[in-house]
Design a protein around this ligand. Structure first.
Ligand code: FAD
Length: 297
C-alpha cells in the first residue's frame, strides 16, 4: 500500500509552482504525419510547457522543416518553441546562419548538440574543418549571437564515446560553462542511473538542472531499437514486462502507461520537478503522464 503522506504529496503536485514540462517532436515528412504533428501539438500546448522542441535531422537533413515547424509553433500556438541544432558536416558560418534564421522566426530557445556522423551513431566524429568542434564549442558560438535559452544533452549511462565517467561529466560541465542553461538527458529506464548521474554532476560542480528525458514506450520493439543505437540500456525487468505483447496492442499500451507512470511518479517523489518528454509526435501517453504529475490543460 502507498503511504498516505506519499499519496498526499502526489495529490498536491499540481500546486508546486516549479513544475516544468517540455515536449520533443520530430519534423514530419508527409502530409499525414504533419496532420498528426499539429493534432498532438494542439493537445499538448494547453499544458503550458516551458517549450515544445523540434529535432534536427542527422547531418542537418531537416534544416528547412525544423525551421518551418518551430516558426509555426511560435506564431500559431503561443507556446515557446525550441529548435534543435547540430554542427555535423557544416561550417561555423552555415550553423550561424541557421541560428540567425531561428532568431528571425522569433525562436529564442535552442537545444545545442554535436550530432552524429553520417556513418551512424557510435562512429568516430570528425568535425568539419571550418566547423564547431563539439557541443560545447557550438554553445559558445550560439551565445555569441544572442541571448538564447540553451539546452544541451546529458547521458545518465555515459555517452558511448566518453572515455570514462570523469571525461563525460567534464564534457557536461564544459557545455554548461560555455553558457547552456540546462541539460536534458538521453532516455533511460532505470531511475537509479539518472539519480547517480545527477549526483556525479553536482559533485563536479554542475549547478544547472539536469532534466530527465522520459521516453514513453509506444512500441517496445521500436524503442529498444532506438535505445540500443544511442547507448541506453533496456533492463531485463523491462523487457520481461513487454515479452509476448507484440500482437496484443491493448495490453502493450496498458503496460507502457504503467511503466512510464511508475518512472515519473518515482522521480517526482525524489524531488524532480522538470521533465522532458520524447513524444514521437504522439500525445495520449504524454497527456496522461502530465496529468499524473499534476498538470492539466
Ligand atoms: P558532445 O557534448 O559534443 O559530446 C559527444 C562526445 O564527445 C562525448 O563522449 C564527449 O565526452 C566527447 N567530447 C566532447 N568534447 C570533447 C573533447 N574536447 N575532447 C574529447 N572528447 C570530447 N541528434 C541529432 O542529430 N538531432 C537532434 O535533434 C538531437 N536531439 C537530441 C536531444 C537530446 C535531449 C539528446 C540527449 C540527444 C540528441 N541528439 C540529437 C543526439 C546527439 O546528437 C548525440 O547523442 C551525439 O552523439 C552527441 O551529441 P552531444 O551534443 O552530446 O555531443
Amino acid at each position: 500500500m502507498l503511504d498516505d503522506n506519499l499519496r498526499a504529496s502526489r495529490k498536491t503536485a499540481h500546486q508546486r509552482p516549479e513544475l516544468q514540462l517540455s515536449f520533443e517532436f520530430f519534423p514530419p515528412k508527409t502530409d499525414a504525419m504533419e496532420e498528426r504533428f499539429w493534432d498532438s501539438i494542439s493537445k499538448l500546448a494547453p499544458l503550458s510547457p516551458r517549450f515544445v522542441s523540434v529535432t534536427y535531422g542527422a547531418g542537418g537533413s531537416t534544416r528547412e522543416r525544423t525551421l518551418r515547424m518551430v516558426s509555426r509553433i511560435t506564431s500559431d500556438t503561443g507556446v515557446a518553441a525550441a529548435a534543435h541544432l547540430t554542427c555535423v558536416g557544416a561550417t561555423r558560418d552555415e550553423v550561424d546562419e541557421v541560428v540567425r534564421g531561428y532568431k528571425q522566426a522569433g525562436v529564442n530557445s535552442i537545444v545545442a548538440l554535436r550530432g552524429d556522423p553520417p556513418e551512424g551513431v557510435g562512429q568516430p566524429f570528425t568535425p568539419h574543418p571550418e566547423g564547431y568542434q563539439n557541443a560545447a564549442d557550438l554553445v559558445a558560438g550560439i551565445r555569441r549571437q544572442g541571448d538564447f535559452d540553451i539546452s544541451v544533452a546529458a547521458y545518465p549511462e555515459k555517452h558511448p564515446q566518453s572515455a570514462d565517467w570523469d571525461a563525460d561529466i567534464d564534457n557536461l560541465k564544459r557545455k554548461i560553462d560555455a553558457g547552456a542553461n540546462r541539460a536534458i538527458t538521453q532516455m533511460f529506464f532505470s531511475n537509479a542511473d539518472y539519480l547517480r548521474y545527477v549526483e556525479r554532476a553536482q559533485k563536479a560542480g554542475v549547478t544547472a538542472t539536469i532534466v530527465p528525458g522520459i521516453q514513453p514506450i509506444h512500441s517496445f520493439k521500436q524503442i529498444s531499437g532506438f535505445a540500443s543505437r544511442c547507448g541506453a540500456s533496456i533492463p531485463a525487468w523491462l523487457a520481461e514486462r513487454f515479452e509476448g505483447l507484440e500482437d496484443d496492442p491493448e495490453t502493450h499500451a496498458l503496460v507502457a502507461a504503467a511503466v512510464a507512470a511508475e518512472q515519473v511518479t518515482e522521480l517526482l517523489d525524489e524531488g524532480v520537478t522538470e521533465f522532458h518528454f520524447y513524444t514521437l509526435n504522439r500525445s495520449n501517453l504524454v497527456l496522461a503522464l502530465a496529468r499524473l504529475l499534476g498538470r492539466r490543460p
